[in-house]
Write a protein that binds this ligand. Sequence first.
Ligand code: FCB
Length: 449
Amino acid sequence: MTTDRTLPTSFVWGAAASAFQVEGAAREDGRSESIWDRFCATPGKVRNGDDGEVACDFYHRYPADVALMKELGLDAFRFSVAWPRIVPQGRGAVNEAGLDFYDRLVDELLGAGIEPYVTLYHWDLPQVLEDAGGWVVRETAEAFVEYTEAVAGRLGDRVTNWITQNEPRVAAWLGYGLGIHAPGRRDVAEMLAAGHHILLSHGLAAAVLRRDVPGARVAIAIDLNPADPATDSEADRAAARAADGENNRWFLDPIFRAEYPADALERFAPAAPPVRDGDMATIAAPIDVLCVNYYTRRVVRAAEGGFADVYQGDSPHTDIGWEIVPDTLRELLVRLRDEYAPASISITENGAAFEDIRLHDGQVKDPERQAYIADHIAAVERAVEAGVPVEGYFVWSLLDNFEWAEGYRRRFGIVYVDYPTLERVPKTSFHWYRDYIAEHRRVAVAGGR
Ligand code: FCB
């Protein structure tokens, strides 16, 4: 097997998941309704009417799943905590039974030699908080501080790696602007307010973690979708710049420069984020790691309103329709280093949806997913060779799971989940990743890296 020659021994090999997508047990141990439960129950919002009531039943099956992670040889597992389990009413009373689950999970992971990476918010806002205005109102960021205190207070003695928010762009743009994700609102001003309060909640939570968890490594995960111009024309290049501003720099600039990008502010006007004195400094408090979720790029051309996507018919795509462009990840990492100089970067999501089929012999063969992962790891390696400080790589995802508005139809796992029985079937990509990690360790140790 060929393996990398660059990544250091300390490089963290991981897999990622999120609460709503895998846990199920939607009504157990005091969990309240989340915006995704409500969205799933709203006809026409989620493909096939799928919901998160059972999902992968990770809530009950986590010991067996951690055993799979151990077999894989993972250094780390990234999961999220479900806010509705911890503060079911959004403010006030903390539900100890909810914390108990994550307590057990953390212990199970540590017992297997796997480092827990905790994401505090992966989109499952308590519905009661949405009813009070959701991320559009500032109070939700304040509620997030209380929730963070509860989680940090319980897990902080064992968890070092914390990710405050997952993909603020998707939560705000798709949830409040485009109506594709929960809570399904469609309003530009609300979208900008939601995005701002999510970023603000990151900054506020970061301060809580620094105060309450000595030695915490604080991070935020953002999804980055580089935009390439369809042609070299000036108009298309301007379109790519506009797409980049609205989607990437809109989140990078506040975090690293304490400001929203001027060109994007202008494009959104007269709508504007509700920034108060001190907010931008709060958002820009130093982080230890920039977590990057990368799947694809977009190619855009000039169009009315700024830009339009141009489908790349000659390129390979995954089953969810995303173009496969590993080298864009290398370019992106180099750009992040050059323009924002993060202390460290971790790829906290990368993976591919393909229509997996279970064969008669019970196996699931997924050579396309395996190639996707291998090619993206190789791109990370090239970035590291170029001097970019990348410390880890997490496959999305360990298990097939609830893929938001796409329901269970899109399979991202390296482990197949047979939903009717909930049986787990490691795919060939699982075995490949296991061997890859083992080989990396052998070569790295032998080479003294
Ligand atoms: C990301 C999400 C993750 C998963 C992947 C495919 O945007 O963070 O939950 O759905 O996409």
